[in-house]
Ligand binder design. Structure first.
Ligand SMILES: [Fe+2]
Ligand SMILES: [Fe+2]
Length: 260
């Protein structure tokens, strides 16, 4: 099966480019399953029930989140109610929502999707993503061998290490959060597809999705400012994984980036 993982959808431009380009990508590559990171889908920070439903209605099978999962207040109830949205599994017990979910692909295959948050360069004290990953993967493997993992993290080292930690146990491990696509897509020795970061689905002429003038001003003055999502042409970024559905092992991994 071909699975497509889409990097952080940023605001309206990200949702627009998803609508316009996703059908083409799905057709061209024969995609059977789509996972997308939606932590920036509502105005650049968080998700709302309306926006979640909008993206899931556009051919995305499941949404992952990240450090911005809690950006909008009605997200708490939404994450509890919607099994097709997962937030980092290593939040302390009691956090709203779930960290992983098994859902069906277009052709009816069960696919497990796990979301994890990194700890390096983050102020939050999450549980160990490595130990959380092992437990979650073991649990999902009772239902399916096709397992996709979104590691929402800053440090490349932490992401690569998690790739090796799950090598042979997950079908694909991909990073999100930096909004910049890395050129290291490959299949690890044990058969897990890997890429350090999928990149962003959002406005190209920006600083990771935000209006460049505002970000520059913040760096120059160190004064607080309100971030706004940039406008202009957007790109869809992600990666395609070819997975053997009998074994759950990946045959190939490649990055994709299409600009409108
Ligand atoms: Fe993000
Ligand atoms: Fe993030």
């Amino acid at each position: 099966m071909i699975a497509l993982a889409i990097g952080d959808i940023v605001g309206r431009p990200g949702r627009r480019v998803l609508s316009s380009l996703l059908p083409e990508v799905v057709r061209e590559f024969g995609v059977d399953f789509v996972v997308a990171n939606a932590e920036n889908s509502a105005g650049g920070v968080g998700i709302t029930p309306e926006i979640g439903a909008e993206i899931l209605g556009k051919g995305v099978d499941i949404l992952t989140m990240g450090n911005h999962a809690w950006g909008k207040k009605d997200a708490y109830e939404y994450l509890d109610a919607e099994p097709r949205v997962v937030r980092p599994a290593n939040y302390p017990e009691g956090a709203p929502g779930r960290g992983f979910s098994v859902v069906r692909s277009r052709s009816g295959l069960p696919v497990g999707v796990l979301n994890l948050g990194g700890r390096v360069f983050f102020a939050t004290d999450l549980d160990c993503p490595f130990r959380t990953a092992s437990k979650a993967v073991d649990e999902m493997r009772t239902a399916t061998r096709i397992i996709l993992v979104d590691f929402h993290a800053e440090a490349t080292s932490e992401k690569i290490a998690l790739g090796y930690h799950l090598d042979g146990r997950a079908s694909a491990v991909f990073g999100t959060h930096t909004h910049v696509q890395t050129s290291d897509a490959r299949v690890l020795p044990g058969g897990t597809a890997y890429i350090t970061d999928l990149g962003m689905t959002g406005p190209v002429d920006s600083v990771i999705g935000i209006r460049k003038e505002i970000v520059l001003e913040r760096f120059l003055t160190q004064l607080p400012s309100r971030f706004e999502v940039a406008s202009g042409p957007a790109c869809l970024s992600g990666a395609l994984f070819d997975i053997d559905e009998a074994t759950g092992r990946a045959r190939s991994a490649r990055a994709v980036q299409v600009t409108e």
